[in-house]
Design a protein around this ligand. Sequence first.
Ligand code: GFB
Length: 313
Amino acid sequence: MNKHSKIYVAGHNGLVGSAILRYLQTQNFDQLLVRRRAELDLTRQADVEEFFAQQRPEYVFLAAAKVGGIHANNTYPAEFIRDNLLIQNHIIDAAYRFGVKKLTFLGSTCIYPKLAPQPMPEECLLTGSLEPTNEWYAIAKIAGIKMCQAYRKQYGFNAISVMPTNLYGQGDNFHLENAHVLPALIRRFHDAKQQKLPEVVVWGTGSPRREFLHVDDLATACVFLMQHYDQPEIVNIGTGQEVSIRELAQLIKDIVGYQGKLIFDESKPDGTPRKLSDVSKLTQLGWQAQINLEDGLKHTYQWFLANQNNIRE
Ligand code: GFB
């Protein structure tokens, strides 16, 4: 991939796609191709094929997906499995048919078994049952990985699959119910501070542990792997560090400057108990995360404050 390669970023308005696009722009890649949803519906195969036939991108970052937090995954299972399967099937197939040189498929570490060994090595894929709250999404992502591997095996198509841990940062979805925990809590603590509420509810027991990667780090990792990795095996992308949801909530509370109390609502699901990625493969390839959680959180809250009137929900 060179600075004049034609690069399609699918999902450029989302958290991940927008970060990849920003990073490519700062690196002076000068043929970046994007389409808004209103211009190109990725769930429609004929439209996707027409787009690839006309535009002939050379490289594709497949960051378009239906995503959400534990509640959204659990509440809209049909949309999560259907939309993700359609989008990825259409893009991977069209990319192969219309001569794309290389494609990077974005998955998620929720593809690993609920009770996977911690930290989770790439090899534990398909060794146990999935976490039920997100199995629909996980099955779609596993199908995407297998599709990339199958197209490589049968057709020699250069598709790689990367598995980011829980992501956050500028451009996230801050919906109170459907977002992931980190943006949802930023929003809830912020609203509680504004409204001078005495307490904030955090879902679950607070004991699950999660790893959080800033999306600007993810973007550099994706471009690094697009340039330096050409194997069928999946690659984890994470920090290798985790915090409990209770610790995360306390950190966000402090950064937002909320003075009230934390209440844990144990009627809400905890999800998988731990989800720490083993990042030794990526470290050996020569990449590691740069943004620590506290700095990333401060930056994300500042971005939220500056953009709260037009954030995505
Ligand atoms: O980020 P999250 O929704 O998804 O939730 P997962 C992480 C943890 O935070 C769970 C707790 O233990 C939640 O119970 N939590 C506490 C909250 N308060 C809140 C809140 O206000 N909102 C949310 N959303 N959670 C997702 C998968 O799993 O991870 C997706 O569902 C995807 O498929 C994503 O893979 C990366 O980390 O549990």
